[in-house]
Design a protein around this ligand. Structure first.
Ligand SMILES: [Zn+2]
Ligand SMILES: [Zn+2]
Length: 317
């Protein structure tokens, strides 16, 4: 969302002060809160208002909330600034991009790679909320916000009638009220065989902490592994096969011959059978688990001097 659009959404003049923006945001957020406003379109408007305020407050345009944030009807509160909890800053960790480089052999046969990257995890102290509850000073509930009443054999917890459960919090020192802590992740990923350059592997839910669904289930963003393959001048991948070329003279092709060819396991000797035709293939099993098919394509070279060729053939009679 552009800054100008954000001001329009909140019915604000672009010259509005941060205080005016906050006040207007709170007013509109209350008006369109899905718990309060059951009109069709209210929830969409509420999201828009949140997004707009986020843009104005941060000064960063085009903040896109994670798409999964809006699945379901009650999830909004886990992801957006909740106007009733004091407008605390929420986090949009976003997906993480990681680059890795594979050798040609690894791209052909697959590989296990250790990835290291930085990510944000939920602050264990405040459980991602950014604030820690403290005693609210109410004597009735001893500051807990809830009172217990005994009914028959069970204890029923209910909201304190005096303080109405109003909780008092203080900013979490551990995470500086961000709700998240920076951490280093180390993950071993299995790269499948026959991976081409510029492939992208998605590691679902291995990214940044992205809030809790209704405060119950933690969600994490994704990691996108961008794969770069070191090309080999002598070999290429065609589908799942490694393919290379070998050139032999017509005479060698007719008589049969041995040749040394480069494979992902190093140089190997192949035998070309007598009478081999142009584009015949010699197939090898290669790779650490012999799981890759290497096709060596025989390219028969005809002599440039056609008269010589005819002589050769005549001599052979
Ligand atoms: Zn914390
Ligand atoms: Zn109380």
């Amino acid at each position: 969302m552009k800054l100008s659009e954000a001001y329009t959404v909140l019915n604000l003049s672009p010259k509005a002060t941060p205080e005016e923006a906050k006040k207007q945001y709170k007013k509109l957020a209350r008006e369109f809160h899905p718990d309060v406003n059951k009109d069709a379109g209210a929830e969409a408007k509420f999201k828009k208002i949140n997004e707009a305020y986020q843009v104005i407050e941060s000064g960063e345009e085009d903040i896109v909330p994670p798409t999964n944030a809006w699945r379901g009807s009650n999830i909004w509160s886990s992801f957006v600034r909740d106007p009733f909890s004091g407008g605390r800053r929420q986090y949009y960790g976003g997906n993480i991009d990681v680059n890795i480089t594979l050798s040609f052999k690894e791209s052909a046969q697959g590989a296990k790679k250790e990835l290291k990257y930085s990510r944000q995890v939920k602050c264990p102290h405040c459980h991602g909320s950014g604030d820690n509850p403290i005693n609210n000073g109410c004597k009735t509930c001893k500051g807990l916000g809830q009172v217990a009443s005994h009914r028959q054999n069970s204890i029923l917890m209910s909201t304190c009638p005096d303080c109405r459960g109003r909780s008092k919090t203080q900013p979490c020192d551990d995470c500086g009220q961000n709700g998240v802590l920076d951490s280093e992740a180390s993950v071993t990923v299995s790269i499948p065989s026959a991976v081409t350059n510029n492939s992208v592997l998605r590691l679902g839910g291995m990214g940044n902490f992205n809030g809790s669904l209704m405060g119950l289930q933690d969600t994490y963003t994704d990691v996108y592994v961008h794969i770069n393959v070191d090309a080999d001048p002598d070999m290429r991948l065609e589908g799942t096969d490694v393919v290379s070329d070998v050139r032999v003279s017509l005479l060698d092709a007719l008589q049969g011959c041995d040749r040394k060819v480069k494979t992902i396991d190093g140089v190997k000797k192949i035998s070309i059978v007598p009478g081999a035709k142009n584009k015949d293939e010699v197939v090898l099993s290669v790779g650490d688990h012999s799981n890759v098919k290497h096709r060596v394509v025989v390219n028969v070279e005809y002599p440039e001097d056609i008269v010589k060729l005819i002589d050769v053939l005549k001599e052979g009679k």
